[in-house]
Design a protein around this ligand. Structure first.
Ligand code: GDP
Ligand code: ZN
Length: 462
């Protein structure tokens, strides 16, 4: 076990709920909980069967055994528990006060308040889960849609880690073969020619490339597709956003420039998370408050995966709209010719003069149109022409992608070193680097500080 002390924390979100759960983990788990748990019968808590639920009361031993709450206590002995240590979960009534009172007594009786993510960190340090699985737990907690959840769940079952370990095994086998030849030149070991080494290295690079190819889709599903809605004031951006949300969350007004700042809303299209951003009008302005909104709108425009350009088609194009069209040309842009119900004076062919756009469509946002066109663009972006493949592990985490790219570049360097006819030592050095970077992904070779940094991202009680 990585540490001796016993930790406790509230595992349910703050606030009032049906039940509150307090989680306790560590070697003194049973001993500590026994001092404040009063069950029916005479069998002590430690003697009760594993993976069972016990009914009883939580008492405060320092207040003459005053009853704090009626509870259910869940017993999970290590190593078959989440942390691989002895774990007890106390389910009490969901009020904030009750949950805190019980935690307070636990801490007084010898438990230590867990740091954020410490339960998951223990599970990792005790070898119960690998790092990609730990990170998947964060992603599951934060998942924004069914698709992002399924990416995370796949990571949690270890699919990604298995793939990476296979790559590492291939690599270490190759490294070992080369190193033996370096270290024991007098031995009669069948030496790999540089040509053979390169031939063994290339398929490893192909495997890495295959995984990296899934990164884009993985990240879109995990973080959501940033969709920036741009257009001059009064074009109908907020109306469109409302139509997409099917509820009036953004404020619709008749006064130009009322949407001062960017407003973000999250929607889900066929399980894909989409972040809708109603930007302030992108135009030159003197107003400081508005200026901040405008700068941010430009940033969103830069980072957006889909740009939705709303034009008031009931009036001739203004110079401002022409400028907006120019600045969104060549991106993945949907141009909506809005207010079709008022009669359109702006047509598709006129828009085509200002650049290249993914789609140009005439709609009436006020009548709730536009959703199907956006949905098509979203699916196209995520799945392209390809059929959705349920079985592939997706690389979705920025940390994983970065390390994978580093490993790839190290291996490419080894290949170049081979081609340049350099000594085998140099080749092996880069291969070792790549092997370590891959190990950093799964946590098989990981530095302590990185572990702390990672787990601090969790919330309390996880
Ligand atoms: P924004 O400034 O671009 O966000 O524009 P708004 O969504 O606030 O809309 C400005 C005005 O245009 C409001 O009075 C809307 O009711 C109106 N409007 C928006 N879309 C349509 C539409 O499709 N048809 C008509 N007739 N009016 C619309
Ligand atoms: Zn608006």
């Amino acid at each position: 076990m990585y540490t001796e002390d016993t930790i406790a924390a509230i595992a349910t979100p703050p606030g009032i709920g049906g039940v509150g759960i307090i989680r306790v983990s560590g070697t003194r788990c049973f001993e500590i909980v026994s001092t404040l748990f009063q069950a029916k019968g005479t069998v002590p808590l430690e003697k009760r069967p594993n993976r069972t639920i016990q009914y009883g009361h939580i008492i405060d031993p320092q207040k003459g055994n005053k009853i704090l709450d009626e509870v259910l206590v869940l017993i999970m002995r290590g190593p078959q528990s989440f942390t691989a240590e002895d774990v007890i979960e106390i389910q009490c009534h969901g009020g904030i006060v009750v949950v805190r009172e019980i935690l307070k007594v636990l801490l007084r009786q010898g438990a230590r308040l867990a740091e954020p993510g410490e339960f998951t960190k223990r599970a990792f340090l005790n070898g119960r889960i690998d790092l990609t699985q730990a990170e998947a737990i964060i992603d599951i907690i934060e998942a924004k849609s069914e698709q992002s959840l399924s990416v995370a769940v796949k990571q949690l079952d270890g699919t990604l880690a298995k793939l990476i370990r296979t790559i590492r095994e291939d690599l270490i086998a190759l490294i070992a073969h080369l190193e033996v030849a370096i270290d024991y030149p007098e031995e009669d070991i069948e030496e790999l020619t540089m040509e053979e080494t390169a031939d063994k290295l290339r398929p490893i690079l192909v495997q890495i490339d295959t995984l990296l190819a899934t990164a884009n889709r993985g990240r879109l599903l995990r973080d959501g597709i940033v969709t920036a809605i741009v257009g001059r004031p009064n074009a109908g951006k907020s109306s469109l956003m409302n139509a997409l949300l099917r509820e009036n969350r953004a404020i619709v007004t008749d006064v130009p420039g009322t949407t001062r700042d960017s407003i973000e809303e999250a929607i889900t299209i066929e399980g894909i998370p989409v972040r809708l951003i109603d930007t302030a009008g992108i135009r030159e302005t003197e107003d400081i408050v508005e200026k901040i909104g405008v700068d941010r709108a430009k940033e969103y425009l830069e980072s957006a995966q889909i740009v939705v350009c709303v034009i008031d088609a009931s009036k001739p194009l203004t110079p401002e709209e022409e400028a907006i069209l120019h600045s969104t040309s060549g991106k993945n842009t949907i141009v909506f010719l809005n207010k079709a119900d008022k009669g359109a004076v702006v047509t598709d062919s006129m828009i085509a003069q200002y650049g290249t756009f993914t789609v140009v469509a005439t709609i009436s946002a006020a009548n709730g149109e536009g959703m199907d066109i956006l949905a098509e663009a979203v699916k196209q972006l995520v799945y392209g022409g390809t059929v959705q493949n349920e079985s592939t592990a997706l690389l979705s985490n920025v940390r994983h992608i970065t390390l994978m790219e580093q490993a790839k570049s190290q291996l490419q360097t080894s290949l170049e070193t081979i081609e340049a006819g350099m000594p085998v030592d140099f080749v092996v050095t880069d291969m070792r680097e790549a092997w370590e970077r891959l190990g950093d992904i799964t946590g098989d070779s990981l530095r302590e500080s990185m572990v702390d940094e990672l787990f601090s991202r969790f919330c309390l009680g996880k």
